[in-house]
Design a protein. Structure first.
Length: 241
C-alpha cells in the first residue's frame, strides 16, 4: 500500500517556539518571578515527564496543566490552575514572539509535495487558528491540507482519537499515513497505536533507535517512506514453494 499522507507534529518538529525570555516576562505578568534558564530546564523536564505519563486531560485543560507544571517547577513553588490559565492566555496573545522554522523543514516538504504525498499537522496546541498563524508566519501554511489541534478538538495526543479525526478529514485509512513527531511516546508510539506508520524525530539522537524507529532530521523522511513501502511490498508478495 502506498503511503498517501505524512502528518506532522508542530513544536519541536516543524518549528522551534521556545522563547524562554518572553515566557519569563509573561510569567512575571501573572505574578511569578522566574528566569529564562529555570524555565528552560523546567520545560525540558516536564516534556519528558508527560511523554512517560500523559495527562488524563484533553484540549485546553491539558495545555493549562502542562504550563502549570512547568511554571511550578521553574519557580519551585505551587502554581494554581487559574494562574496557569492566565499565563496561557498571555502566551496566546504574544503572536510576535520568536518562532523559527527548522532548517530541514522546507526541503522535506518540497520533496514530499513533489512525490505527491498529502500533508497535514496534528498538534497538541491551544487551537487550530493558533497553529495556522504559526505556520503562516514561517511561510509553510500552504503546504498543509489539514490542521488538527487538540485545543479545538477537545482531545489530545496520545489519545488515538485525534489521529482518527485527522485521517477522517483526509479520507484515508491509518496504514495510508505516516506520523512524524519529536516525542517518542506521545507522538511516535501513540500514532502507531492508532494504526498509522510512525517515526520519532530525535534531533539530538543517533538515528539508531528501532522502537520506535528514530531519525535525526526531517530530510530522512522521504527515504523512510520508500523503505516502508518497499518492506510492505516484499511482505505482500506470495511465497514461492
Amino acid at each position: 500500500m502506498r503511503i498517501q499522507a505524512v502528518l506532522f507534529d508542530l513544536g519541536g518538529t516543524l518549528v522551534d517556539e521556545r522563547d524562554f525570555s518572553g515566557w519569563s516576562e509573561w510569567a512575571r505578568g501573572v505574578g511569578i518571578e522566574v528566569g529564562p534558564d529555570e524555565l528552560a530546564h523546567a520545560f525540558q523536564e516536564v516534556e519528558e515527564q508527560l511523554d512517560l505519563a500523559p495527562l488524563e486531560l484533553s484540549g485546553q485543560a491539558s495545555v493549562v496543566e502542562r504550563w502549570r507544571r512547568i511554571l511550578a517547577l521553574a519557580a519551585q513553588r505551587d502554581v494554581g490552575t487559574e494562574t496557569a490559565a492566565r499565563f496561557v492566555a498571555l502566551r496566546g496573545l504574544g503572536r510576535e514572539h520568536p518562532v523559527f522554522l527548522y532548517s530541514d523543514v522546507r526541503r522535506c516538504l518540497d520533496q514530499l509535495h513533489g512525490h505527491r504525498r498529502r500533508l497535514a499537522v496534528v498538534s497538541n496546541s491551544t487551537s487550530e487558528a493558533a497553529v495556522r498563524r504559526i505556520l503562516d508566519r514561517v511561510g509553510i501554511l500552504n503546504y498543509f491540507e489539514r490542521v488538527v489541534s487538540s485545543g479545538s478538538e477537545g482531545v489530545s495526543k496520545p489519545d488515538p482519537e485525534i489521529f482518527r479525526r485527522a485521517l477522517a478529514r483526509l479520507g484515508l485509512s491509518a496504514p495510508e499515513a505516516l506520523y512524524v513527531g519529536n516525542l517518542p511516546r506521545t507522538d511516535a508510539v501513540a500514532a502507531r497505536n492508532a494504526g498509522l506508520h510512525s517515526v520519532w524525530l530525535h534531533r539530538d539522537g543517533t538515528g539508531l533507535g528501532t522502537d520506535p524507529p528514530e531519525i535525526t532530521s526531517l530530510l530522512e523522511v522521504p527515504l523512510f517512506l520508500r523503505q516502508l513501502e518497499r518492506t510492505s511490498s516484499v511482505a505482500a508478495e506470495p511465497s514461492v514453494k
